[in-house]
Write a protein that binds this ligand. Structure first.
Ligand SMILES: *Cc1c(COP(=O)(O)O)cnc(C)c1O
Length: 237
């Protein structure tokens, strides 16, 4: 077995055991393998081990890989910061976008989504820890953004995403994830059936996946624990 396939087996076991400890059905947790900076050959290995959901953060780099791997039945998730001049490529090439935090970007994605593709699945990124330097919309502004996105025809709003500030210890780690879960619950109350498609919490990375699963994560984004560290320059090797 390659390192990647061993890592995948280990992560899948971690997901199952975290789900069991928190009384959840593991099949409700989708593993998204974050392949940013890693070559297409590594994605092929992950695919050979049964993974089909890949996460990317850099548009140009991901387009090369998507083109190389077009024969594989992969579902591509865009999870990085979005510059408005890159929305067209994202709308044309990805199945999911987790990192939408402005109406401007959402409108562009909707109008640029090709008609022959289904609606683009989307999560709104929330700045749950209130860090001034971070992407994501504030929890108080999320309602207004959700309301507007629900009106856009070529998007399917599926839930919320967050990247919390790093903390020590499983209990303090759970707090921001619990906030995101509560925020989604409040949004569902406020928007009723209009928010029926909003079932997802994209949260949890290599270092905090158990805390995220404990709080209801349905999409977990794992890079390092599958593909190894992203060393400087790896992008160009
Ligand atoms: C890089 C990245 C990940 C994966 O992080 P790891 O710690 O390597 O698992 C997850 N989510 C986002 C948004 C990322 O940019």
């Amino acid at each position: 077995m390659t390192d990647i396939s061993k890592n995948i087996v280990r992560i899948q076991q971690q997901i199952i055991s975290a789900a069991k400890s928190h009384h959840r059905d593991p099949s409700t947790i989708q593993l998204v393998a974050v392949s940013k900076t890693k070559p297409a050959t590594m994605i092929q290995q992950a695919y050979a081990s049964g993974l089909t959901h890949m996460g990317e953060s850099f548009v140009q780099e991901s387009l090369d890989k998507i083109a190389t791997l077009q024969e594989l039945d992969l579902c591509w998730h865009f999870i990085g910061p979005i510059q408005s001049n890159k929305t067209r490529k994202i709308a044309e090439n990805f199945h999911w976008v987790h990192s939408v935090d402005s109406l401007k970007v959402a409108r562009r994605l909707s109008s640029q989504r090709p008609p022959d593709l289904g609606p683009l699945n989307l999560c709104v990124q929330v700045n749950i820890s209130g860090e001034s330097s971070k992407s994501g919309i504030s929890p108080t502004d999320v309602y207004g953004l959700v309301e507007q996105i629900l009106l856009l025809p070529r998007l399917r709003l599926r839930g919320l995403m967050c990247i919390p500030a790093p903390t020590e210890g499983i209990n303090s780690r759970r707090e921001p994830f619990r906030k995101l879960r509560n925020l989604l619950a409040e949004i569902k109350v406020k928007f009723g059936t209009r928010a029926d498609d909003m079932q997802h919490l994209s949260m949890g990375m290599s270092a905090d996946l158990e805390a995220a699963i404990a709080e209801g994560a349905t999409l977990i984004r794992i890079g390092t624990a599958i593909f190894g560290c992203r060393d400087v320059g790896a992008k160009h090797k």
